[in-house]
Design a protein around this ligand. Structure first.
Ligand SMILES: [Zn+2]
Length: 130
């Protein structure tokens, strides 16, 4: 399961404002950029140099970015993206989930989806921003 390294301790200031800028521009993977729409917000998915990011993924609310470390693959990659989506839901819906709950939802949802044939890979495909 993706271990989202904890830069943000839920006990401290809002865990979701992880806006320290370690991110770099995502490699351009063809036309358009990879985006995920979440509750009406269009988040850009960036693949970030893992050496520059001490986490597998990061949710950046103010920059509307979901960042994923570039050394992830397969299940770890998709599970981490799902984790960041849950972070975004937690933020926008003010759910105040503890990080442990986000981790558990990631693991549980990913297991159910993946083992029942739901392909999450299209989340990482390019989408028109509109
Ligand atoms: Zn997290």
């Amino acid at each position: 399961m993706a271990c989202h390294a904890i830069r943000h301790d839920p006990a401290l200031s809002p865990p979701y404002f992880v806006d320290s800028i370690h991110g770099m521009a995502a490699p351009d993977v063809g036309g358009g950029e990879t985006t995920v729409k979440i509750l009406g917000y269009t988040y850009r998915v960036e693949v970030v140099d893992s050496d520059a990011m001490d986490a597998m993924g990061r949710f950046q609310s103010r920059r509307q970015r979901l960042q994923i470390a570039d050394d992830l693959a397969g299940d770890e990659l998709l599970s981490t993206l799902l984790h960041e989506v849950i972070e975004a839901l937690n933020y926008h819906l003010a759910l105040n989930l503890r990080h442990a709950a986000i981790m558990a939802l990631e693991a549980g949802l990913y297991q159910v989806l993946a083992e029942n044939g739901v392909n999450l890979a299209p989340l990482l495909e390019n989408h028109e921003t509109s």
